[in-house]
Write a protein that binds this ligand. Structure first.
Ligand code: ATP
Length: 429
Protein backbone atom coordinates (compact mmCIF):
# COMPACT_ATOMS: atom_id res chain seq x y z
CA UNK A 1 0.00 0.00 0.00
CA UNK A 2 1.08 3.60 -0.65
CA UNK A 3 1.12 5.78 2.45
CA UNK A 4 1.69 9.53 2.44
CA UNK A 5 2.74 11.31 5.61
CA UNK A 6 2.53 15.07 6.20
CA UNK A 7 3.87 16.97 9.22
CA UNK A 8 3.91 20.66 10.07
CA UNK A 9 4.12 23.31 12.76
CA UNK A 10 6.43 21.49 15.14
CA UNK A 11 8.91 24.31 15.60
CA UNK A 12 9.16 27.75 17.20
CA UNK A 13 11.78 30.51 17.24
CA UNK A 14 13.11 28.76 20.38
CA UNK A 15 14.10 25.62 18.55
CA UNK A 16 13.27 22.55 16.51
CA UNK A 17 12.61 22.45 12.79
CA UNK A 18 10.00 20.40 10.96
CA UNK A 19 12.62 19.30 8.40
CA UNK A 20 14.75 17.86 11.25
CA UNK A 21 11.85 15.80 12.47
CA UNK A 22 11.09 14.84 8.88
CA UNK A 23 14.67 13.74 8.24
CA UNK A 24 14.71 11.59 11.39
CA UNK A 25 11.40 10.01 10.42
CA UNK A 26 12.45 9.39 6.83
CA UNK A 27 15.52 7.54 8.08
CA UNK A 28 13.56 5.54 10.65
CA UNK A 29 10.64 4.67 8.37
CA UNK A 30 12.91 3.65 5.49
CA UNK A 31 13.80 0.63 7.62
CA UNK A 32 10.18 -0.51 7.60
CA UNK A 33 9.01 0.47 4.11
CA UNK A 34 10.31 1.56 0.70
CA UNK A 35 10.52 5.33 0.27
CA UNK A 36 9.06 6.60 -2.98
CA UNK A 37 11.45 9.38 -3.92
CA UNK A 38 13.03 11.85 -1.48
CA UNK A 39 11.14 13.55 1.33
CA UNK A 40 9.52 16.82 0.24
CA UNK A 41 9.93 20.25 1.77
CA UNK A 42 6.95 22.28 0.68
CA UNK A 43 6.84 26.02 1.23
CA UNK A 44 3.34 27.41 1.50
CA UNK A 45 1.95 30.94 1.45
CA UNK A 46 4.84 33.16 2.57
CA UNK A 47 2.49 35.96 3.68
CA UNK A 48 0.51 34.23 6.43
CA UNK A 49 1.18 35.49 9.94
CA UNK A 50 1.48 32.16 11.84
CA UNK A 51 4.70 31.06 10.21
CA UNK A 52 7.86 30.71 12.28
CA UNK A 53 10.24 31.37 9.40
CA UNK A 54 9.56 30.22 5.88
CA UNK A 55 6.18 28.44 6.20
CA UNK A 56 7.60 25.03 5.35
CA UNK A 57 5.82 21.69 5.75
CA UNK A 58 7.21 18.21 5.14
CA UNK A 59 5.74 15.22 3.33
CA UNK A 60 7.05 11.77 2.41
CA UNK A 61 5.63 8.72 0.70
CA UNK A 62 6.32 5.02 1.27
CA UNK A 63 5.29 1.72 -0.24
CA UNK A 64 4.55 -0.43 2.78
CA UNK A 65 3.13 -3.86 3.61
CA UNK A 66 -0.43 -3.35 4.86
CA UNK A 67 0.49 -4.83 8.23
CA UNK A 68 3.28 -2.29 8.81
CA UNK A 69 1.12 0.80 8.26
CA UNK A 70 -0.18 1.04 11.86
CA UNK A 71 3.43 0.89 13.12
CA UNK A 72 4.46 3.64 10.73
CA UNK A 73 1.66 5.85 12.03
CA UNK A 74 2.60 5.12 15.65
CA UNK A 75 6.22 6.05 15.02
CA UNK A 76 5.28 9.34 13.32
CA UNK A 77 2.92 10.34 16.13
CA UNK A 78 5.46 9.32 18.77
CA UNK A 79 8.25 11.41 17.18
CA UNK A 80 6.00 14.46 16.87
CA UNK A 81 4.76 14.12 20.45
CA UNK A 82 8.34 13.82 21.73
CA UNK A 83 10.14 16.41 19.60
CA UNK A 84 7.70 19.22 18.77
CA UNK A 85 8.17 22.42 20.78
CA UNK A 86 4.81 22.31 22.62
CA UNK A 87 5.80 25.06 25.07
CA UNK A 88 5.52 27.80 22.46
CA UNK A 89 1.99 29.16 22.09
CA UNK A 90 2.39 29.54 18.33
CA UNK A 91 3.38 25.89 17.81
CA UNK A 92 0.32 23.86 16.88
CA UNK A 93 1.47 20.61 15.27
CA UNK A 94 -0.59 18.62 12.82
CA UNK A 95 0.01 15.20 11.27
CA UNK A 96 -1.84 13.78 8.27
CA UNK A 97 -1.84 10.27 6.75
CA UNK A 98 -3.30 9.47 3.36
CA UNK A 99 -3.41 6.01 1.85
CA UNK A 100 -3.40 5.43 -1.93
CA UNK A 101 -3.50 7.95 -4.79
CA UNK A 102 -3.63 11.70 -4.14
CA UNK A 103 -7.10 12.94 -5.22
CA UNK A 104 -7.47 16.02 -7.42
CA UNK A 105 -9.35 17.79 -4.64
CA UNK A 106 -6.27 17.62 -2.45
CA UNK A 107 -4.11 19.09 -5.22
CA UNK A 108 -6.50 22.05 -5.37
CA UNK A 109 -6.39 22.50 -1.60
CA UNK A 110 -2.61 22.50 -1.78
CA UNK A 111 -2.47 25.27 -4.35
CA UNK A 112 -4.91 27.31 -2.30
CA UNK A 113 -2.66 26.93 0.78
CA UNK A 114 0.24 28.07 -1.38
CA UNK A 115 -1.42 31.20 -2.71
CA UNK A 116 -4.15 32.22 -0.29
CA UNK A 117 -5.24 31.92 3.31
CA UNK A 118 -7.08 28.78 4.48
CA UNK A 119 -8.66 27.90 7.81
CA UNK A 120 -8.23 24.83 10.04
CA UNK A 121 -11.92 24.04 9.40
CA UNK A 122 -11.35 24.04 5.63
CA UNK A 123 -8.42 21.66 6.11
CA UNK A 124 -10.53 19.31 8.27
CA UNK A 125 -13.33 19.36 5.71
CA UNK A 126 -10.93 18.56 2.86
CA UNK A 127 -9.27 15.80 4.91
CA UNK A 128 -12.65 14.17 5.52
CA UNK A 129 -13.63 14.49 1.86
CA UNK A 130 -10.44 12.86 0.57
CA UNK A 131 -10.36 10.23 3.30
CA UNK A 132 -7.18 11.46 5.00
CA UNK A 133 -6.61 10.74 8.67
CA UNK A 134 -5.48 13.76 10.70
CA UNK A 135 -4.13 14.37 14.18
CA UNK A 136 -4.19 17.77 15.82
CA UNK A 137 -1.91 18.71 18.69
CA UNK A 138 -3.05 21.83 20.61
CA UNK A 139 -4.88 23.99 17.99
CA UNK A 140 -3.62 21.60 15.32
CA UNK A 141 -3.11 24.34 12.74
CA UNK A 142 -0.30 22.22 11.32
CA UNK A 143 -2.85 20.02 9.55
CA UNK A 144 -3.18 22.79 6.94
CA UNK A 145 0.47 22.51 5.95
CA UNK A 146 0.58 18.71 6.39
CA UNK A 147 -2.36 18.17 4.09
CA UNK A 148 -1.08 20.69 1.55
CA UNK A 149 2.39 19.11 1.55
CA UNK A 150 0.92 15.67 0.76
CA UNK A 151 -1.23 17.06 -2.04
CA UNK A 152 1.38 19.33 -3.59
CA UNK A 153 1.85 18.59 -7.32
CA UNK A 154 5.61 19.47 -7.29
CA UNK A 155 5.80 19.60 -11.07
CA UNK A 156 8.79 21.89 -10.97
CA UNK A 157 11.20 21.51 -8.08
CA UNK A 158 14.69 22.16 -6.77
CA UNK A 159 16.75 20.44 -4.08
CA UNK A 160 17.93 21.45 -0.65
CA UNK A 161 20.41 19.47 1.37
CA UNK A 162 19.94 20.11 5.07
CA UNK A 163 22.77 19.29 7.46
CA UNK A 164 21.94 19.13 11.16
CA UNK A 165 23.90 19.87 14.33
CA UNK A 166 24.64 17.73 17.36
CA UNK A 167 22.18 18.65 20.08
CA UNK A 168 24.90 19.97 22.42
CA UNK A 169 25.64 22.71 19.85
CA UNK A 170 22.09 23.94 19.37
CA UNK A 171 21.84 27.64 20.23
CA UNK A 172 25.59 28.33 19.78
CA UNK A 173 27.11 30.15 16.75
CA UNK A 174 27.50 27.83 13.75
CA UNK A 175 31.08 26.96 12.85
CA UNK A 176 31.74 26.64 9.14
CA UNK A 177 34.88 27.62 7.24
CA UNK A 178 33.62 30.58 5.21
CA UNK A 179 36.37 30.46 2.58
CA UNK A 180 35.43 26.86 1.78
CA UNK A 181 31.84 27.97 1.09
CA UNK A 182 33.01 30.66 -1.35
CA UNK A 183 35.24 28.13 -3.10
CA UNK A 184 32.51 25.51 -3.36
CA UNK A 185 30.06 28.13 -4.63
CA UNK A 186 32.44 29.35 -7.33
CA UNK A 187 32.66 25.82 -8.53
CA UNK A 188 28.97 24.94 -8.46
CA UNK A 189 27.15 28.20 -9.26
CA UNK A 190 24.46 28.47 -10.63
CA UNK A 191 23.60 24.74 -10.40
CA UNK A 192 23.85 25.26 -6.68
CA UNK A 193 23.01 28.84 -5.71
CA UNK A 194 22.37 31.12 -2.73
CA UNK A 195 25.40 29.72 -0.92
CA UNK A 196 26.94 33.17 -0.55
CA UNK A 197 26.15 36.80 -1.24
CA UNK A 198 29.15 37.83 -3.35
CA UNK A 199 28.46 41.57 -2.97
CA UNK A 200 28.22 41.59 0.79
CA UNK A 201 30.84 38.79 1.03
CA UNK A 202 28.68 36.82 3.45
CA UNK A 203 27.86 33.12 3.69
CA UNK A 204 24.16 32.34 3.31
CA UNK A 205 24.02 28.57 3.94
CA UNK A 206 24.02 28.88 7.72
CA UNK A 207 20.89 30.12 9.52
CA UNK A 208 21.16 32.11 12.75
CA UNK A 209 18.44 30.73 15.03
CA UNK A 210 18.39 28.15 17.81
CA UNK A 211 17.12 25.43 15.47
CA UNK A 212 19.09 22.23 14.69
CA UNK A 213 19.97 23.21 11.09
CA UNK A 214 23.71 23.61 10.55
CA UNK A 215 23.48 24.49 6.85
CA UNK A 216 21.14 24.36 3.88
CA UNK A 217 22.57 23.94 0.38
CA UNK A 218 20.27 24.63 -2.54
CA UNK A 219 20.43 23.72 -6.17
CA UNK A 220 18.78 22.49 -9.32
CA UNK A 221 21.29 19.67 -9.77
CA UNK A 222 21.40 17.23 -6.87
CA UNK A 223 24.90 15.95 -7.67
CA UNK A 224 26.22 19.52 -7.49
CA UNK A 225 24.40 20.09 -4.21
CA UNK A 226 26.00 16.98 -2.72
CA UNK A 227 29.41 18.01 -4.00
CA UNK A 228 29.10 21.48 -2.45
CA UNK A 229 28.26 19.74 0.82
CA UNK A 230 31.44 17.69 0.51
CA UNK A 231 33.58 20.71 -0.31
CA UNK A 232 32.38 22.84 2.61
CA UNK A 233 34.58 22.48 5.68
CA UNK A 234 32.37 22.22 8.74
CA UNK A 235 34.18 23.10 11.94
CA UNK A 236 31.69 21.34 14.15
CA UNK A 237 30.32 17.79 13.80
CA UNK A 238 27.49 17.15 11.33
CA UNK A 239 24.98 14.96 13.18
CA UNK A 240 23.36 13.79 9.93
CA UNK A 241 22.01 15.27 6.71
CA UNK A 242 19.08 14.82 4.35
CA UNK A 243 18.45 15.82 0.76
CA UNK A 244 14.96 17.22 0.21
CA UNK A 245 13.02 17.77 -2.98
CA UNK A 246 11.29 21.14 -2.68
CA UNK A 247 9.13 23.78 -4.36
CA UNK A 248 11.59 26.48 -3.25
CA UNK A 249 12.64 28.89 -5.99
CA UNK A 250 9.93 27.77 -8.40
CA UNK A 251 7.74 30.93 -8.38
CA UNK A 252 4.82 28.50 -7.95
CA UNK A 253 3.22 30.95 -5.52
CA UNK A 254 2.73 33.69 -8.10
CA UNK A 255 -0.58 33.97 -9.95
CA UNK A 256 -1.66 36.69 -12.32
CA UNK A 257 -4.28 38.97 -10.82
CA UNK A 258 -5.90 42.32 -11.39
CA UNK A 259 -5.11 44.90 -8.72
CA UNK A 260 -8.78 45.06 -7.69
CA UNK A 261 -8.75 41.31 -6.96
CA UNK A 262 -5.85 41.39 -4.49
CA UNK A 263 -6.69 40.17 -1.00
CA UNK A 264 -4.72 40.06 2.24
CA UNK A 265 -2.07 37.24 2.15
CA UNK A 266 -2.29 36.72 -1.64
CA UNK A 267 0.88 36.20 -3.68
CA UNK A 268 0.48 37.66 -7.14
CA UNK A 269 1.82 39.21 -10.31
CA UNK A 270 0.03 42.37 -11.44
CA UNK A 271 0.46 44.81 -14.27
CA UNK A 272 -0.24 48.48 -13.70
CA UNK A 273 0.82 52.11 -13.91
CA UNK A 274 2.75 53.96 -11.24
CA UNK A 275 0.12 56.34 -9.90
CA UNK A 276 2.30 59.01 -8.30
CA UNK A 277 5.80 59.82 -7.01
CA UNK A 278 7.37 57.41 -4.51
CA UNK A 279 7.71 58.34 -0.86
CA UNK A 280 9.82 57.00 2.00
CA UNK A 281 9.06 56.17 5.60
CA UNK A 282 11.49 54.53 8.00
CA UNK A 283 13.86 53.55 5.16
CA UNK A 284 11.05 51.74 3.35
CA UNK A 285 10.16 52.96 -0.16
CA UNK A 286 6.50 53.10 -1.22
CA UNK A 287 4.53 53.97 -4.33
CA UNK A 288 1.04 53.34 -5.65
CA UNK A 289 0.21 51.14 -8.60
CA UNK A 290 -3.09 51.22 -10.45
CA UNK A 291 -4.92 49.40 -13.22
CA UNK A 292 -8.48 49.66 -14.50
CA UNK A 293 -9.75 47.69 -11.48
CA UNK A 294 -8.09 49.52 -8.60
CA UNK A 295 -5.03 50.85 -6.84
CA UNK A 296 -2.62 49.27 -4.33
CA UNK A 297 0.29 50.49 -2.25
CA UNK A 298 3.56 48.79 -3.20
CA UNK A 299 6.53 48.57 -0.83
CA UNK A 300 10.23 47.85 -1.09
CA UNK A 301 11.11 47.40 2.57
CA UNK A 302 14.42 48.30 4.20
CA UNK A 303 15.89 44.75 4.10
CA UNK A 304 15.74 44.80 0.29
CA UNK A 305 18.63 47.31 0.49
CA UNK A 306 19.95 48.35 -2.95
CA UNK A 307 16.83 47.04 -4.69
CA UNK A 308 15.14 50.19 -3.32
CA UNK A 309 17.34 52.34 -5.58
CA UNK A 310 15.70 50.81 -8.65
CA UNK A 311 12.26 51.44 -7.18
CA UNK A 312 13.19 55.09 -6.56
CA UNK A 313 13.85 55.48 -10.29
CA UNK A 314 10.22 54.74 -11.21
CA UNK A 315 8.16 57.72 -12.37
CA UNK A 316 4.42 58.37 -12.35
CA UNK A 317 2.90 56.90 -15.52
CA UNK A 318 5.47 54.09 -15.88
CA UNK A 319 3.86 50.79 -16.72
CA UNK A 320 5.36 47.89 -14.77
CA UNK A 321 4.75 44.25 -13.89
CA UNK A 322 5.14 43.68 -10.17
CA UNK A 323 5.35 40.39 -8.25
CA UNK A 324 4.97 40.05 -4.51
CA UNK A 325 2.91 39.20 -1.45
CA UNK A 326 -0.03 41.16 -0.09
CA UNK A 327 0.24 42.13 3.55
CA UNK A 328 -1.15 44.80 5.78
CA UNK A 329 1.30 47.58 6.63
CA UNK A 330 0.19 50.43 8.91
CA UNK A 331 -3.37 49.25 8.32
CA UNK A 332 -3.06 49.52 4.52
CA UNK A 333 -3.11 46.62 2.05
CA UNK A 334 0.43 46.58 0.62
CA UNK A 335 2.11 44.57 -2.12
CA UNK A 336 5.48 43.56 -0.75
CA UNK A 337 7.63 43.70 -3.87
CA UNK A 338 9.76 40.65 -4.84
CA UNK A 339 10.51 41.48 -8.49
CA UNK A 340 9.44 44.06 -11.05
CA UNK A 341 9.75 44.56 -14.77
CA UNK A 342 9.39 47.95 -16.45
CA UNK A 343 7.15 47.42 -19.50
CA UNK A 344 6.86 51.02 -20.69
CA UNK A 345 8.68 53.99 -19.24
CA UNK A 346 7.49 57.56 -19.58
CA UNK A 347 10.04 60.09 -20.83
CA UNK A 348 11.99 61.76 -18.04
CA UNK A 349 12.05 65.52 -18.48
CA UNK A 350 14.46 67.75 -16.64
CA UNK A 351 14.18 71.54 -16.73
CA UNK A 352 17.52 73.18 -17.34
CA UNK A 353 18.69 76.77 -17.33
CA UNK A 354 19.55 78.23 -20.75
CA UNK A 355 23.04 79.64 -21.48
CA UNK A 356 23.39 83.43 -21.40
CA UNK A 357 22.07 84.77 -24.76
CA UNK A 358 24.61 87.61 -24.63
CA UNK A 359 27.92 85.92 -23.76
CA UNK A 360 27.11 82.15 -23.56
CA UNK A 361 27.99 82.11 -19.83
CA UNK A 362 26.29 80.10 -17.10
CA UNK A 363 23.07 81.53 -15.68
CA UNK A 364 22.28 81.50 -11.97
CA UNK A 365 18.78 81.39 -10.48
CA UNK A 366 17.79 84.51 -8.58
CA UNK A 367 14.20 84.00 -7.47
CA UNK A 368 12.03 84.42 -10.57
CA UNK A 369 14.81 85.63 -12.90
CA UNK A 370 18.16 84.31 -14.16
CA UNK A 371 21.44 86.22 -13.99
CA UNK A 372 24.59 85.49 -15.99
CA UNK A 373 27.53 84.70 -13.72
CA UNK A 374 29.98 86.14 -16.26
CA UNK A 375 28.42 89.33 -17.74
CA UNK A 376 25.57 89.98 -15.31
CA UNK A 377 22.85 89.81 -18.01
CA UNK A 378 19.38 89.35 -16.48
CA UNK A 379 16.35 87.62 -17.98
CA UNK A 380 13.04 86.11 -16.76
CA UNK A 381 13.39 82.56 -15.46
CA UNK A 382 12.36 80.38 -18.40
CA UNK A 383 13.73 76.86 -18.12
CA UNK A 384 14.20 74.54 -21.10
CA UNK A 385 12.62 71.08 -20.91
CA UNK A 386 15.19 68.40 -21.85
CA UNK A 387 14.51 64.68 -22.17
CA UNK A 388 17.13 62.74 -20.21
CA UNK A 389 17.80 58.99 -20.37
CA UNK A 390 15.88 56.79 -17.92
CA UNK A 391 18.34 54.75 -15.93
CA UNK A 392 16.06 51.71 -15.76
CA UNK A 393 16.48 48.95 -18.31
CA UNK A 394 13.89 46.66 -19.82
CA UNK A 395 14.82 43.83 -17.50
CA UNK A 396 13.58 42.25 -14.30
CA UNK A 397 14.82 43.68 -11.03
CA UNK A 398 14.80 41.36 -8.01
CA UNK A 399 15.48 41.70 -4.28
CA UNK A 400 18.89 40.47 -3.00
CA UNK A 401 19.24 36.78 -1.98
CA UNK A 402 18.90 37.33 1.77
CA UNK A 403 15.63 39.24 1.29
CA UNK A 404 14.23 36.82 -1.27
CA UNK A 405 11.25 34.61 -0.36
CA UNK A 406 11.98 30.86 -0.36
CA UNK A 407 9.51 30.41 -3.20
CA UNK A 408 10.77 33.22 -5.38
CA UNK A 409 12.82 32.05 -8.36
CA UNK A 410 16.19 33.77 -8.69
CA UNK A 411 16.77 35.31 -12.12
CA UNK A 412 19.94 33.27 -12.52
CA UNK A 413 17.84 30.10 -12.88
CA UNK A 414 16.03 29.18 -16.08
CA UNK A 415 12.41 30.30 -15.84
CA UNK A 416 13.20 33.01 -13.27
CA UNK A 417 11.64 35.57 -15.60
CA UNK A 418 8.71 33.55 -16.94
CA UNK A 419 5.89 34.61 -14.61
CA UNK A 420 6.57 38.29 -15.32
CA UNK A 421 7.35 37.98 -19.01
CA UNK A 422 4.10 36.06 -19.64
CA UNK A 423 2.15 39.09 -18.47
CA UNK A 424 4.21 41.53 -20.55
CA UNK A 425 3.24 39.63 -23.67
CA UNK A 426 -0.45 40.31 -23.09
CA UNK A 427 -2.02 43.53 -24.38
CA UNK A 428 -2.23 46.14 -21.63
CA UNK A 429 -5.62 46.62 -20.01
P1 ATP B 1 9.83 26.45 9.40
O1 ATP B 1 10.03 27.18 8.12
O2 ATP B 1 10.97 26.54 10.31
O3 ATP B 1 9.35 25.04 9.18
P2 ATP B 1 7.43 27.66 9.49
O4 ATP B 1 7.71 29.04 9.05
O5 ATP B 1 7.11 26.59 8.55
O6 ATP B 1 8.65 27.17 10.23
P3 ATP B 1 5.19 26.74 10.91
O7 ATP B 1 5.60 26.47 12.30
O8 ATP B 1 5.11 25.61 9.98
O9 ATP B 1 6.19 27.85 10.44
O10 ATP B 1 3.81 27.52 10.94
C1 ATP B 1 3.02 27.79 9.80
C2 ATP B 1 1.56 27.46 10.12
O11 ATP B 1 0.72 28.04 9.14
C3 ATP B 1 1.29 25.98 10.10
O12 ATP B 1 0.41 25.69 11.14
C4 ATP B 1 0.58 25.74 8.75
O13 ATP B 1 -0.29 24.66 8.80
C5 ATP B 1 -0.15 27.04 8.60
N1 ATP B 1 -0.40 27.41 7.20
C6 ATP B 1 0.34 27.09 6.12
N2 ATP B 1 -0.19 27.61 5.00
C7 ATP B 1 -1.30 28.28 5.36
C8 ATP B 1 -2.28 29.04 4.63
N3 ATP B 1 -2.20 29.21 3.33
N4 ATP B 1 -3.28 29.58 5.32
C9 ATP B 1 -3.34 29.44 6.67
N5 ATP B 1 -2.46 28.74 7.40
C10 ATP B 1 -1.44 28.16 6.76
Amino acid sequence: MIIHIGIDDTDSPNGMCTTYLGALLYRELSRLADPIDLPRLIRLNPNIPYKTRGNGAVAMTFKAEDGVVPRIKDIVLFYVSQLADFEHENTNPGVVFLEGEVPEKLREFSLKALREHVTIEEAEKTAREVGAEYFKFKLGRGIIGSLAAIGYPLESFTYELLAYREQENWGTPRRVNEESVFLADMWAYPFSYDNVDPYKRVVLITPHGKDPVLAGIRGVDKAKVLQVFEMVEFEEPVAFYQLYKTNQNTDDHLVQKKIGELKLYDSAVVRGRVAGPYWEKGRHVFFELEDETGKIRVAAFEPTKKFRNWVRKLLPGDEIIAAGGVKEHDGVLTLNLEKFYPVRLVPKIEHRKPKCPRCGGTMKSKGDYLKCKRCGYKMPKKLIPVEVPRDLEKKIYEVPPDARKHLSRPLVLPGGEDKLVELSEQPSG
